[in-house]
Every structure is written in C-alpha cells, then in structure tokens.
Design a protein around this ligand. Sequence first.
Ligand SMILES: NC(=O)C1=CN([C@@H]2O[C@H](COP(=O)(O)OP(=O)(O)OC[C@H]3O[C@@H](n4cnc5c(N)ncnc54)[C@H](OP(=O)(O)O)[C@@H]3O)[C@@H](O)[C@H]2O)C=CC1
Ligand SMILES: O=C(O)C1=NCCCC1
Length: 358
Amino acid sequence: MVNISYFYDAKVTEAIIYEMCEEIVQYESDEFTHNEDNNNMQKMSCPYEYLTDHRIEELLTWEKAYEAAERALERFATGEAHQSERLKVPVGPNFLFTMCGYLKDEEYGGLVSLLFTQFISNKKLEPPLPVVHSDITLMDEKTGVTKVIVPGRELVNWVLPSVSVMATRHLHGKTGEVLAIIGAGNQGRLHAIALHKFFNFSEVRVWNRTASKAEDLVKQLNKAMTSSVFVTANFVEECVNNADVIVTATKASQTLVKYSWIKKGAHINAIGVSVVTTELDDETYRSSTTYTDNKEAAEIELKPIVKLGVKFKEVGDVIVGKIQAPKKSDTTIFQSSGTAIQYCAFARLISDLHKGKQ
Ligand SMILES: NC(=O)C1=CN([C@@H]2O[C@H](COP(=O)(O)OP(=O)(O)OC[C@H]3O[C@@H](n4cnc5c(N)ncnc54)[C@H](OP(=O)(O)O)[C@@H]3O)[C@@H](O)[C@H]2O)C=CC1
Ligand SMILES: O=C(O)C1=NCCCC1
C-alpha cells in the first residue's frame, strides 16, 4: 500500500497544491465557467461523460484487458496503490457495496469509486428489475475532477475474466491443454472466451446444470470462433477429469467439484462467490495453494474458506517476484475478490480509448 500520510506534511502539501493550482488554472480556462455574481465561485459545466455498455464493447479488446489486469495486479503488489476498506451496507435482504482506490500509474492511474447494489427483492417486482446495479466513477488523480462514469456490470465482464487469465498465466503457465468450465452463465461464457483467446486450448469442456444452456453456448462459441474445440460435458466429474485449467462460475449453494476428480497440478479459477458455501469441496482447499487478488478482503469475506484454515497468498506477489511461483505439481486455486485498483485501471483505459489517447 502506498503511504499517503506524506500529503499531511505541511510543506509538501503547499508545494503540491501550488503545482496543482497551476494546472487547474489552465484547466479552468477550457472547462470552467465563472459566475461573477457569486464571489467568483467556480461553476463547472459537466466535465465527464457516462460511457455506455455499447461504447465499452466498441473500445475494449481482450488483449488490452489482459494488459490492464496484469498492471493492476502488479501495482497492487508493489504498493503503488491505495485502497479504502470495502464497505457493505445491508438494506434488509439487499445491500449497497462500496470500494474506493488510488492507482499511481502513468497509463492506468486515477482515483476510483465503485458503487454496487444487489437488490434480490427486485426479482419479485412486477415487472422484475435486474438484481445488480453498479456505477464506477473515475477521477483525475491530480485534480480529483470526475473524468468518466462507466457501468460496473459491463466492466466486471472484462475485469474478472482478464484477472483470471493473468492468474492462470502466472500460477500455472501456458501449458494447459484442456479447459473445464463449470457453469454456462455470463461469467462461465466470458471465462471460456477470455481464457481460450489467451491460451488456445485444444479442448474446452462446458458443464451446466441446465444442459441445454451448455449446448447452446458450445454451438455459439464454435460458430463464433470457427472451431470445434468447445464441447459439452454431461457431468461435473466428466468435465474436470484430466483438465489442466478449471473455472467454477455458478450460483450453486452446494459443492460441485471434488478433489478426487481433479488432476494434480491443475489450476482452478473459483469465481462463484458465496458467504456461506464454496463450489469446491474442503479437500480441494486443504490440498491446494489458494491465491487471491486481495488477501485482506478475502480473509474478511471468504468465511467458508477461512474456516478451513486456508492461508491466502496474493497472485500479484508472484507476478512481481515477492514470493515464489508455485511448482508445476502444485494444485492452485485463484479466488477472485475484485479490487478497486483493477476497476481503476480499466476505467482509465476506457476513458483514454474514448478520448483517442491509447
Ligand atoms: N467476484 C466478482 O466480482 C463477481 C462474482 N460473480 C459470481 O460468479 C458467479 C456466476 O455469476 P454470473 O455468471 O454472473 O451468473 P449467471 O446468472 O449468468 O449464471 C449463473 C450460473 O449458475 C448456475 N447455477 C445456479 N444455481 C446452480 C446450482 N444450484 N447448481 C449448479 N449450477 C447452478 C446457473 O445454471 P442454470 O443455467 O442451470 O440456471 C448458471 O450457469 C456467481 O456466483 C457470482 O456471484 C459474478 C460477477 C462478479
Ligand atoms: O456484478 C457484479 O457482481 C459486480 N461486481 C463488482 C462490480 C460491479 C458489478
């Protein structure tokens, strides 16, 4: 974590403020309007844009997303990033979740604030509304001025799979031949695409509770990639059998994968999050090394895993060489928590792409 206490040193603060004011004056002349009747109080015209899902899809590519994910993991590990505590505010059965962060980086830096609501009760409305709503605000790190607001639901579609790709790269390497996807929902589909684009697997197996959805996804992906590598599996055991890389991305509230079915040395990206259950059995956690992108959050939020006595390691520490990479024979789990820093890197990337800067 970066130590931001130096901002409170009076002399340094003065120097920083002076430097920033010079830049702000420059900025004002372009972006601000003065209200003479109000003691020269600055009134801003709206300096930011809301970038739609559609615009993000137009701008982003998986290659750019992998790079942003890797940089965010690196910077988090080297301390060039600062994050506030994550806060979950209960609203009956629903909640509001917030996280803020500051990433110091020429290309991907900024200040970010992520707001995310999960209203289970929306399912019962007539007509029903989506359960998750989320907006991510990116602010300039020199002025605090808002640059863009992006929809979190779209951004998570890029952030989560590319962080898993980078975790797989650094914890397992580019040796995988068979990928097993458990769950053909949104994240299962996106992980299949992002991981296959990066690793070019010889076989990608998909299992889903509702088999027809796995069949549809397999057809769709083979067609889109003019390939025949995507195949369905009838049972979870058949899907993970001898697989090198596994993704669990379901909303299951029961264990789906048993350690005895997994190849030794496999890597698992465990995406399905629950405060009460895991998709992997206890033996899998006890016999593997579990990595996360945010140890502090994982220790608080992933209670069922903590209860097993699992000691989390951070994937960023492997990337920057702070800790040794796992051995080929180690079975590894990546337990993704998502960090404000990752969202900052992606929001900045999108903001720059939108303005034609990248
Ligand atoms: N860490 C993070 O930031 C994020 C984590 N997630 C997590 O990823 C997981 C998947 O989310 P997402 O892809 O968006 O969800 P979707 O609603 O798109 O897909 C849900 C999937 O879970 C399956 N499923 C639900 N219940 C069961 C069950 N009892 N047994 C087996 N399969 C089941 C569904 O199967 P069927 O088709 O049969 O219904 C479907 O394949 C969730 O746990 C979610 O919390 C998601 C986004 C962000
Ligand atoms: O859909 C989710 O889950 C999200 N998680 C974190 C950020 C926004 C959306």
